[in-house]
Write a protein that binds this ligand. Structure first.
Ligand SMILES: Cc1cc2nc3c(=O)[nH]c(=O)nc-3n(C[C@H](O)[C@H](O)[C@H](O)COP(=O)(O)O)c2cc1C
Length: 356
């Protein structure tokens, strides 16, 4: 199978097997957290990807990160995103919205009422949050009461309704990289003693309730879930990732969602790779992400290890990445200094290949 071949993803037919990975770029309006016109330009420049997964978008006013992060819980934000999806569709592309809640990776200095962030358990993430007062260590979060959990699921459901109104083709649940859903999944951050903690099925309950809520909005063929079993940077971890993610894969299979989006770079030693097992258990599409280049992407698809490959940083620097990969053309280098700041610079001014 070639990366340039059309592919089916849930109920969508995609032009190729190249996915633009979700990339938070902090270019939205700081006050409203609504995407600015340049966000529509940025995504439409990259619309030749088979699928774009948007930057992680906050589902709640109680999830606030660095200035410029985007959200999807207000009417104003829905209007902003309408312009983005319209621009992508006009350019022939498809776009899912990635939905997330920071959980313990927020800071009181950023949250309404300077509240403590919430998490499954009162265990701080390792590392630092960016706040208006500079970087600060992540605080010990407040463990959510069991009675509060339905309202969190509801925030994801409402965000999905908003994403539908805004014209997105589907939604991806961000269950990766140590954010709230991931914090529930893994036993390093979830020490709850109720039915949302302890056993693998209990820890997966929050994710699966969100999946069910979103299926009610978009139908299963328009839902994806992103996981990162090897991510441990902020101190999150699990005692038995193989068992945890096998259960997740089985349950997603039972629900028939469109895809599983697995961050598993080739640098992970073969004995620790989960993709082969998860692929047996989950029969929807598998998107693989993490440090891919042209050669490794072609290899992964050629060997049938995945159905789609996602590129992150290469899409930041190469709006026409698909064409460049097709032609084996040289690639622009992403500038890390402008990943999360710089306005239009380092965002919508990366050059396209010269027209022939
Ligand atoms: C600037 C930047 C922002 C990112 N934002 C997100 C995000 O919003 N959601 C997410 O799931 N992953 C995010 N990631 C991770 C990427 O989606 C991807 O998994 C990672 O960059 C590895 O892929 P790559 O080697 O192709 O860049 C981000 C990465 C970068 C560099």
């Amino acid at each position: 199978m070639s990366i340039f071949q059309p592919g089916e993803l849930g109920s969508l037919a995609l032009a190729n097997r190249i996915v633009m990975a979700p990339l938070g770029r902090a270019r939205s309006d700081v006050r409203s957290r609504s995407p600015l016109p340049r966000v529509a330009t940025y995504y439409s420049q990259r619309a030749s990807a088979g699928l774009i997964v948007s930057e992680a978008t906050h589902v709640s006013p109680n999830s606030v990160s660095r200035p410029g992060g985007s959200a999807i819980h207000s009417a104003e934000q829905v209007e902003g995103w309408k312009a983005v999806t319209a621009a992508v569709h006009a350019a022939g592309g498809r776009i899912f919205q990635q939905l997330f809640h920071l959980g313990r990776k927020a800071h009181p200095a950023c949250l309404p009422g300077n509240a403590l962030p919430i998490a499954p358990s009162a265990i701080a993430a390792k590392g630092e949050a960016e706040t208006p007062e500079g970087v600060k260590p992540f605080p010990v979060p407040r463990a959510v009461e069991r009675a509060e959990i339905p309202a969190l699921v509801e925030e994801f459901r409402q965000a999905a309704r908003n994403a539908l109104l805004a014209g997105f083709d589907g939604v991806e649940i961000h269950a990766a990289n140590g954010y709230l859903v991931d914090q529930f999944l893994r036993d390093g951050s979830n020490r709850r003693r109720d039915d949302y903690g302890g056993s693998v099925p209990n820890r997966a309950r929050f994710l699966l309730e969100i999946v069910d809520a979103l299926i009610g909005v978009f139908g299963p063929g328009r839902i994806g879930v992103r996981i990162s079993p090897h991510f441990t940077l902020d101190g999150i971890g699990d005692s038995d990732p193989a068992a945890l993610y096998a259960h997740v894969a089985e349950q997603l299979q039972a629900r028939g969602i469109a895809y599983l989006h697995l961050i598993e770079p080739d640098s992970i030693e073969p004995a620790r790779r989960l993709a082969p097992r998860l692929r047996q258990l989950f029969r929807g599409a598998l998107i693989l992400a993490g440090e891919f280049d042209r050669a490794s992407a072609i290899r992964a698809l050629g060997q049938g290890r995945a159905d789609f490959v996602a590129f992150g940083r290469l899409f930041i620097a190469n709006p026409d990445l698909v064409e460049r990969l097709r032609r084996e053309a040289p690639l622009n280098t992403p500038g890390e200094a402008t990943f999360y700041s710089g306005g239009d610079h380092g965002y919508i001014n990366y050059p396209f290949l010269a027209a022939h």
